[in-house]
Structures are given as structure tokens and as C-alpha cells.
Design a binder for this molecule. Structure first.
Ligand SMILES: NC(=O)C1=CN([C@@H]2O[C@H](COP(=O)(O)OP(=O)(O)OC[C@H]3O[C@@H](n4cnc5c(N)ncnc54)[C@H](OP(=O)(O)O)[C@@H]3O)[C@@H](O)[C@H]2O)[C@H](O)CC1
Ligand SMILES: [K+]
Length: 223
């Protein structure tokens, strides 16, 4: 099994997008569908989707959109400055705004209290706060959000990496989402593999990143 750290995964993503011209939006869409296939839609019908403003969040919004497309009940919680968000995030947010009335920006204590109340009523929480972009300890409102997610005791799916976990070292960078299932994109991450507790909850899903991108970064094969 190929293992990559977060720097290698980011380099592979970049190579796929910038050199091999794979549209980032298609990777995000494939990621969202890769998570959707692991949700029993006969069992789960009311979702809390908690997103950061990077591409992990874009994956989460694309998943929210695909759930809304099936008339599932979805509440979306956004943490961070949307101005900083990627084009893929903004495109998916635009569509979610057309399909969903329950989009909440989490900034204040009241927003956190509202999120906690609403998450206590859903039956599945999607963790799309941080993925391979987590690069420093989780503090402030992000730490509070993750502890709320863990405290409401719902079935939790983490997209790519449980938010709060260092994808390279497996170190907890503060609060870590206690995911029931982790759907990691394309390749197993060293930080997941080295922690048995995470490894056994992990599935790896192909999202269409060309093997050439992987080979170019892992083996330095550039032709
Ligand atoms: N890159 C691709 O083509 C694909 C990526 N996929 C998904 O995207 C994530 C990686 O996305 P990225 O935008 O690089 O980063 P994250 O979404 O993981 O993180 C968002 C930003 O959060 C900031 N950050 C980092 N640590 C902290 C922290 N402790 N507190 C607050 N904010 C933090 C950081 O930005 P800064 O500018 O603040 O440094 C991050 O950029 C990957 O995991 C996949 O889920 C697609 O799946 C496939 C295509
Ligand atoms: K995540």
C-alpha cells in the first residue's frame, strides 16, 4: 500500500491540477460522491455538514449539495472567512444556497450554541473542517466546534482526515473529530496508517487523480 504524508498529497493534488490539467472541481465532486456511497440513505435522512473554508470544506459542500439533490434534510455550518475560500468552495456554496435554507455562519457564542442545538437533532454529522491543509494546532472557535461535534454523540463521517489530526504524523493537533468512518481520498495518509484507532475506521476512495501524478511525486518520474 502506498503511504503519503500531507506534503506529498498536496503535491500530488497540485500536479494533477496544474500539470495534468485535471479540473479541481471534478476532484472535489468525485470526493463528495466517494463519501456519499458510504452513507445508507435509507437509514440516514437528516445531516449536519460542518465545513471549513478550504477544499476539505468544498468536498463537504459538494456532498451537502448531492444530499439536497435527493431531498435529504441538510443543515450546513461554515467556520472561517468565506472570502478566503477557493473557487470550488464558492461554486458549491452558491448551489447549496439555492437548495438549502439552513446555512449558518459560526462566529459567535450564540452561533456555537445554535449549532450544538441543531446538531443534537441530526442523525449524521459530516466533518469537512480540515483535511491535508491542517498545518498548526487547532485553537479558538475551531477547537470548540470540534468538541461540540464530539459531544453531541452522533454518527460521524470525516472527509479525508478527521479534523484536528496531523495527516503526516498522526499527532493530535488539539481536539480531533472522533469519526466513526474516515473516507480518505486516493491514497492512505501516513498519519492515519500509524494510528490503529484511525486506520481501522478508514476507507480509501479513488477520486480520479492520475497515477502519473502519484508516480511523479513519489518516484520523481517526470516524462
Ligand atoms: N487540493 C485538491 O485539489 C483537492 C483537495 N481535496 C480536499 O481538500 C483538502 C485540502 O484542502 P486545503 O484547502 O489545502 O486545506 P484544508 O481544507 O484541509 O484546510 C483549510 C485551511 O485551513 C487553514 N488552517 C490550517 N490549519 C489551521 C488551524 N489549526 N486553524 C485554522 N485554520 C487552519 C489553512 O489555511 P491558512 O491560510 O490559514 O494556512 C488551510 O488551507 C483535502 O484534505 C481534501 O479533503 C479534494 O478531496 C480533492 C482535490
Ligand atoms: K475532515
Amino acid at each position: 500500500m502506498i503511504l503519503v504524508d500531507r506534503v506529498q498529497m498536496q503535491a500530488i493534488d497540485r500536479y494533477a491540477i496544474e500539470v495534468l490539467k485535471v479540473p479541481a472541481l471534478s476532484l472535489v465532486e468525485r470526493a463528495s460522491m466517494a463519501v456519499l456511497k458510504h452513507i445508507n440513505l435509507n437509514k440516514f435522512g437528516y445531516f449536519g455538514v460542518v465545513v471549513g473554508v478550504g477544499n476539505n470544506g468544498a468536498d463537504g459542500l459538494a456532498l451537502a449539495r448531492n444530499l439536497l439533490a435527493r431531498y435529504k434534510d441538510v443543515e450546513i455550518f461554515i467556520i472561517g472567512d468565506v472570502e478566503k475560500a477557493s473557487p470550488e468552495f464558492k461554486l458549491n456554496l452558491e448551489s447549496c444556497e439555492m437548495l438549502c435554507e439552513e446555512i449558518y455562519y459560526v462566529e459567535s457564542i450564540e452561533d456555537l450554541e445554535n449549532m450544538e442545538k441543531r446538531l443534537s437533532n441530526v442523525n449524521l454529522i459530516v466533518d469537512a473542517i480540515f483535511g491535508t491543509g491542517l498545518n498548526r494546532p487547532v485553537t479558538g472557535i475551531y477547537a470548540t466546534v470540534i468538541s461540540i461535534i464530539n459531544n453531541v454523540m452522533k454518527y460521524k463521517i470525516s472527509i479525508d482526515i478527521p479534523s484536528g489530526l496531523d495527516a503526516s504524523t498522526g499527532q493530535d493537533l488539539g481536539e480531533v473529530v472522533d469519526a466513526d468512518l474516515i473516507v480518505t481520498m486516493q491514497l492512505m495518509k501516513t498519519g492515519l496508517y500509524e494510528r490503529e484507532a484511525y486506520k481501522r475506521k478508514c476507507v480509501i476512495e479513488d477520486i480520479g487523480i492520475p497515477q502519473k501524478a502519484i508516480d511523479s511525486v513519489i518516484y520523481g518520474l517526470v516524462n
